[in-house]
Design a binder for this molecule. Structure first.
Ligand SMILES: NC(=O)c1ccc[n+]([C@@H]2O[C@H](COP(=O)([O-])OP(=O)(O)OC[C@H]3O[C@@H](n4cnc5c(N)ncnc54)[C@H](OP(=O)(O)O)[C@@H]3O)[C@@H](O)[C@H]2O)c1
Length: 267
Protein backbone atom coordinates (compact mmCIF):
# COMPACT_ATOMS: atom_id res chain seq x y z
CA UNK A 1 0.00 0.00 0.00
CA UNK A 2 1.30 3.45 -0.94
CA UNK A 3 1.99 5.45 2.22
CA UNK A 4 2.17 9.22 2.67
CA UNK A 5 5.32 10.32 4.47
CA UNK A 6 6.10 13.92 5.45
CA UNK A 7 9.76 14.69 6.12
CA UNK A 8 10.85 18.06 7.49
CA UNK A 9 14.47 18.68 6.56
CA UNK A 10 13.88 16.27 3.67
CA UNK A 11 16.19 18.07 1.24
CA UNK A 12 19.56 17.20 2.76
CA UNK A 13 21.41 14.75 4.97
CA UNK A 14 19.41 12.07 6.72
CA UNK A 15 16.07 13.52 5.56
CA UNK A 16 17.04 13.41 1.88
CA UNK A 17 18.28 9.82 2.28
CA UNK A 18 14.93 8.97 3.86
CA UNK A 19 13.11 10.65 0.96
CA UNK A 20 15.08 8.54 -1.53
CA UNK A 21 14.44 5.34 0.38
CA UNK A 22 10.69 5.85 0.68
CA UNK A 23 10.13 6.99 -2.92
CA UNK A 24 11.99 3.85 -4.02
CA UNK A 25 9.49 1.87 -1.94
CA UNK A 26 6.66 3.56 -3.86
CA UNK A 27 5.57 5.88 -1.05
CA UNK A 28 4.44 9.46 -1.58
CA UNK A 29 7.08 11.66 0.08
CA UNK A 30 6.58 15.32 0.89
CA UNK A 31 9.97 16.82 1.74
CA UNK A 32 10.10 20.24 3.40
CA UNK A 33 13.09 22.59 3.42
CA UNK A 34 13.59 26.33 3.62
CA UNK A 35 15.77 26.97 0.57
CA UNK A 36 15.09 26.88 -3.15
CA UNK A 37 18.60 25.42 -3.56
CA UNK A 38 17.58 22.46 -1.38
CA UNK A 39 14.48 22.00 -3.53
CA UNK A 40 16.56 21.97 -6.71
CA UNK A 41 18.95 19.42 -5.19
CA UNK A 42 16.03 17.20 -4.19
CA UNK A 43 14.43 17.44 -7.65
CA UNK A 44 17.72 16.38 -9.24
CA UNK A 45 18.56 13.56 -6.84
CA UNK A 46 15.12 12.33 -5.76
CA UNK A 47 12.76 13.42 -8.55
CA UNK A 48 9.84 11.34 -7.28
CA UNK A 49 9.65 13.29 -4.02
CA UNK A 50 7.45 16.35 -3.74
CA UNK A 51 9.22 19.48 -2.45
CA UNK A 52 7.50 22.09 -0.31
CA UNK A 53 9.42 25.23 0.56
CA UNK A 54 8.75 26.66 4.02
CA UNK A 55 10.86 28.28 6.70
CA UNK A 56 9.90 26.12 9.64
CA UNK A 57 11.47 28.48 12.18
CA UNK A 58 8.44 30.65 11.42
CA UNK A 59 5.23 29.86 13.27
CA UNK A 60 3.18 31.52 10.52
CA UNK A 61 4.82 29.47 7.76
CA UNK A 62 4.49 26.30 9.83
CA UNK A 63 0.77 26.95 10.32
CA UNK A 64 0.40 27.50 6.56
CA UNK A 65 2.22 24.24 5.82
CA UNK A 66 0.03 22.32 8.26
CA UNK A 67 -3.12 23.71 6.66
CA UNK A 68 -1.86 22.73 3.20
CA UNK A 69 -0.87 19.23 4.32
CA UNK A 70 -4.16 18.66 6.14
CA UNK A 71 -6.18 19.76 3.10
CA UNK A 72 -4.24 17.64 0.64
CA UNK A 73 -3.47 14.60 2.78
CA UNK A 74 -6.29 13.58 5.12
CA UNK A 75 -4.25 10.46 5.94
CA UNK A 76 -0.54 10.71 6.80
CA UNK A 77 1.28 7.49 7.69
CA UNK A 78 4.54 8.92 9.00
CA UNK A 79 5.88 12.30 10.07
CA UNK A 80 9.67 12.53 10.22
CA UNK A 81 10.86 15.62 12.08
CA UNK A 82 14.40 16.42 10.96
CA UNK A 83 14.66 20.12 10.06
CA UNK A 84 17.53 21.53 12.04
CA UNK A 85 20.21 24.19 11.89
CA UNK A 86 23.17 24.68 14.23
CA UNK A 87 23.51 28.39 14.96
CA UNK A 88 27.03 29.48 16.03
CA UNK A 89 25.62 32.83 17.18
CA UNK A 90 22.23 33.76 18.59
CA UNK A 91 19.69 34.55 15.88
CA UNK A 92 16.25 35.91 16.63
CA UNK A 93 13.45 35.09 14.20
CA UNK A 94 11.26 37.95 12.92
CA UNK A 95 8.57 36.55 15.25
CA UNK A 96 10.84 37.13 18.24
CA UNK A 97 12.06 33.62 19.12
CA UNK A 98 15.60 32.30 19.39
CA UNK A 99 16.08 30.41 16.12
CA UNK A 100 17.18 27.03 17.53
CA UNK A 101 14.20 27.00 19.89
CA UNK A 102 11.81 28.07 17.11
CA UNK A 103 12.96 25.34 14.70
CA UNK A 104 13.85 22.48 17.03
CA UNK A 105 11.11 22.92 19.63
CA UNK A 106 8.13 25.08 18.59
CA UNK A 107 8.03 23.81 15.00
CA UNK A 108 8.21 20.15 15.99
CA UNK A 109 5.45 20.60 18.55
CA UNK A 110 3.23 22.41 16.03
CA UNK A 111 3.81 19.78 13.32
CA UNK A 112 2.99 16.86 15.62
CA UNK A 113 -0.11 18.57 17.02
CA UNK A 114 -1.28 20.02 13.71
CA UNK A 115 -1.08 16.71 11.83
CA UNK A 116 -2.49 14.60 14.65
CA UNK A 117 -5.83 13.99 12.92
CA UNK A 118 -4.26 12.93 9.61
CA UNK A 119 -1.87 10.62 11.46
CA UNK A 120 -4.55 9.03 13.59
CA UNK A 121 -6.39 7.94 10.42
CA UNK A 122 -3.42 5.90 9.15
CA UNK A 123 -3.12 2.15 9.63
CA UNK A 124 0.07 2.27 11.73
CA UNK A 125 0.89 5.95 12.27
CA UNK A 126 4.28 7.02 13.53
CA UNK A 127 6.18 10.22 14.34
CA UNK A 128 9.98 9.87 14.17
CA UNK A 129 11.68 12.80 15.84
CA UNK A 130 15.36 12.90 14.83
CA UNK A 131 17.10 14.41 17.79
CA UNK A 132 20.01 14.34 20.18
CA UNK A 133 18.53 12.41 23.08
CA UNK A 134 18.28 8.70 23.68
CA UNK A 135 19.91 8.18 27.02
CA UNK A 136 22.43 10.99 26.71
CA UNK A 137 22.49 12.97 29.91
CA UNK A 138 23.10 16.46 28.68
CA UNK A 139 21.01 19.51 28.13
CA UNK A 140 18.56 21.26 30.38
CA UNK A 141 15.55 23.49 30.04
CA UNK A 142 16.42 27.06 30.96
CA UNK A 143 13.02 27.75 32.46
CA UNK A 144 13.85 31.38 33.34
CA UNK A 145 15.24 32.19 29.91
CA UNK A 146 14.37 29.52 27.30
CA UNK A 147 15.13 31.99 24.50
CA UNK A 148 18.68 32.26 25.90
CA UNK A 149 18.76 36.03 25.76
CA UNK A 150 21.62 35.86 28.27
CA UNK A 151 24.63 33.65 27.72
CA UNK A 152 23.74 32.09 24.38
CA UNK A 153 26.05 29.27 23.40
CA UNK A 154 25.31 27.04 20.40
CA UNK A 155 25.81 23.77 22.27
CA UNK A 156 23.61 25.01 25.12
CA UNK A 157 20.83 25.93 22.67
CA UNK A 158 21.14 22.61 20.83
CA UNK A 159 21.09 20.51 23.98
CA UNK A 160 18.18 22.48 25.45
CA UNK A 161 16.37 21.66 22.20
CA UNK A 162 17.22 17.98 22.56
CA UNK A 163 15.91 17.86 26.12
CA UNK A 164 12.81 19.81 25.06
CA UNK A 165 12.04 17.31 22.31
CA UNK A 166 12.18 14.49 24.87
CA UNK A 167 9.64 16.31 27.07
CA UNK A 168 7.37 17.01 24.10
CA UNK A 169 7.48 13.33 23.14
CA UNK A 170 6.40 12.40 26.66
CA UNK A 171 3.59 14.97 26.63
CA UNK A 172 2.28 13.92 23.20
CA UNK A 173 -1.06 12.26 23.51
CA UNK A 174 -1.78 10.53 20.23
CA UNK A 175 -4.28 7.73 20.66
CA UNK A 176 -2.79 5.41 18.05
CA UNK A 177 0.32 7.25 16.90
CA UNK A 178 3.62 5.81 18.02
CA UNK A 179 6.08 8.60 18.93
CA UNK A 180 9.74 7.68 18.43
CA UNK A 181 12.72 9.73 19.60
CA UNK A 182 15.63 8.73 17.40
CA UNK A 183 19.24 9.77 17.91
CA UNK A 184 21.28 8.65 14.87
CA UNK A 185 24.52 9.65 16.66
CA UNK A 186 27.32 10.87 14.40
CA UNK A 187 26.26 10.75 10.72
CA UNK A 188 28.25 12.27 7.84
CA UNK A 189 25.91 14.99 6.62
CA UNK A 190 26.50 18.66 5.86
CA UNK A 191 26.60 19.49 9.55
CA UNK A 192 30.02 21.17 9.21
CA UNK A 193 28.55 23.90 6.97
CA UNK A 194 27.37 26.37 9.64
CA UNK A 195 30.75 26.48 11.41
CA UNK A 196 33.38 29.10 10.73
CA UNK A 197 36.95 28.15 9.90
CA UNK A 198 39.01 26.59 11.43
CA UNK A 199 36.26 24.66 13.28
CA UNK A 200 34.48 23.97 9.98
CA UNK A 201 37.50 22.11 8.59
CA UNK A 202 37.95 20.19 11.83
CA UNK A 203 34.29 19.07 12.00
CA UNK A 204 34.43 18.09 8.32
CA UNK A 205 37.55 16.01 8.94
CA UNK A 206 36.10 14.35 12.05
CA UNK A 207 32.92 13.62 10.12
CA UNK A 208 34.88 12.01 7.27
CA UNK A 209 36.85 9.84 9.71
CA UNK A 210 34.40 8.96 12.46
CA UNK A 211 30.83 9.51 11.26
CA UNK A 212 28.53 6.83 9.88
CA UNK A 213 27.76 7.21 6.14
CA UNK A 214 24.28 8.57 5.70
CA UNK A 215 23.07 5.50 3.75
CA UNK A 216 23.84 3.32 6.79
CA UNK A 217 21.68 5.53 9.01
CA UNK A 218 18.60 4.85 6.86
CA UNK A 219 17.65 1.15 7.44
CA UNK A 220 17.03 1.27 11.21
CA UNK A 221 14.81 4.33 10.85
CA UNK A 222 12.99 2.73 7.90
CA UNK A 223 12.31 -0.34 10.05
CA UNK A 224 10.66 1.85 12.69
CA UNK A 225 8.41 3.41 10.04
CA UNK A 226 7.53 0.02 8.54
CA UNK A 227 6.77 -1.50 11.95
CA UNK A 228 6.23 1.27 14.52
CA UNK A 229 7.06 0.18 18.06
CA UNK A 230 4.20 -0.61 20.40
CA UNK A 231 3.64 1.96 23.11
CA UNK A 232 3.10 5.68 22.87
CA UNK A 233 6.76 6.75 23.30
CA UNK A 234 10.02 4.94 22.61
CA UNK A 235 13.63 6.09 22.24
CA UNK A 236 16.45 4.73 20.11
CA UNK A 237 20.13 5.46 19.79
CA UNK A 238 21.54 4.36 16.43
CA UNK A 239 18.96 1.61 16.06
CA UNK A 240 19.21 0.39 19.65
CA UNK A 241 16.29 0.85 22.03
CA UNK A 242 17.17 2.90 25.11
CA UNK A 243 15.24 3.61 28.30
CA UNK A 244 13.69 6.97 29.06
CA UNK A 245 13.25 8.58 32.45
CA UNK A 246 11.14 11.60 31.74
CA UNK A 247 8.94 13.15 34.40
CA UNK A 248 5.43 13.37 32.91
CA UNK A 249 4.36 16.33 35.06
CA UNK A 250 7.44 18.23 33.95
CA UNK A 251 6.69 17.26 30.34
CA UNK A 252 3.13 18.58 30.60
CA UNK A 253 4.38 21.79 32.22
CA UNK A 254 6.88 22.29 29.41
CA UNK A 255 4.30 21.55 26.74
CA UNK A 256 2.05 24.22 28.25
CA UNK A 257 4.93 26.72 27.98
CA UNK A 258 5.49 25.84 24.31
CA UNK A 259 1.75 25.98 23.63
CA UNK A 260 1.63 29.51 25.10
CA UNK A 261 4.58 30.60 22.95
CA UNK A 262 3.20 29.02 19.78
CA UNK A 263 -0.23 30.55 20.21
CA UNK A 264 1.08 33.98 21.22
CA UNK A 265 1.01 35.15 17.60
CA UNK A 266 -2.37 36.14 16.22
CA UNK A 267 -3.69 33.82 13.51
N1 LIG B 1 24.02 14.26 11.48
C1 LIG B 1 24.22 13.87 12.73
O1 LIG B 1 25.31 13.44 13.12
C2 LIG B 1 23.08 13.95 13.72
C3 LIG B 1 23.32 13.51 15.03
C4 LIG B 1 22.28 13.56 15.96
C5 LIG B 1 21.04 14.05 15.57
N2 LIG B 1 20.85 14.47 14.30
C6 LIG B 1 19.52 15.02 13.96
O2 LIG B 1 19.08 14.53 12.70
C7 LIG B 1 18.36 15.54 12.00
C8 LIG B 1 18.89 15.68 10.60
O3 LIG B 1 20.27 16.01 10.67
P1 LIG B 1 21.17 16.14 9.37
O4 LIG B 1 22.58 16.11 9.85
O5 LIG B 1 20.71 15.16 8.34
O6 LIG B 1 20.82 17.64 8.90
P2 LIG B 1 21.31 18.44 7.62
O7 LIG B 1 22.05 17.58 6.65
O8 LIG B 1 21.99 19.68 8.13
O9 LIG B 1 19.91 18.85 6.94
C9 LIG B 1 19.08 19.76 7.60
C10 LIG B 1 17.76 19.85 6.84
O10 LIG B 1 16.94 20.78 7.54
C11 LIG B 1 16.46 21.76 6.62
N3 LIG B 1 16.26 23.02 7.33
C12 LIG B 1 17.16 23.75 8.01
N4 LIG B 1 16.60 24.87 8.47
C13 LIG B 1 15.30 24.85 8.08
C14 LIG B 1 14.20 25.74 8.24
N5 LIG B 1 14.32 26.89 8.90
N6 LIG B 1 13.02 25.40 7.69
C15 LIG B 1 12.87 24.24 6.99
N7 LIG B 1 13.88 23.35 6.82
C16 LIG B 1 15.08 23.67 7.36
C17 LIG B 1 17.56 21.86 5.57
O11 LIG B 1 17.09 22.41 4.34
P3 LIG B 1 17.33 23.98 3.98
O12 LIG B 1 18.77 24.24 4.25
O13 LIG B 1 16.93 24.14 2.56
O14 LIG B 1 16.43 24.72 4.89
C18 LIG B 1 17.92 20.38 5.41
O15 LIG B 1 16.99 19.75 4.57
C19 LIG B 1 18.46 16.81 12.86
O16 LIG B 1 17.29 16.98 13.57
C20 LIG B 1 19.60 16.53 13.79
O17 LIG B 1 19.39 17.14 15.07
C21 LIG B 1 21.83 14.44 13.36
Amino acid sequence: MRRTIVITGGTDGIGKARARHHTEQGDLVIAVGSSAAGGRRLREEVPAARFVQADLSSIRQTRGLIRELRDEHPVIDALVLGAFRYNPTRIETPEGFEHTFALYVINRWLMAEGLRESLEKARTPVIVNLCGVGGIRAGEIHWDDPQLTEGYRPFRATMQGARAVELLGMAYAGERTSYVLYNPLFVATGMFKPFRQPVRGLVRLMSAVFAQPVARAVPPIAALIDRPPAGPLTAYRKGRSVGLTVDRDLALRFEKTVHTMATSLPR
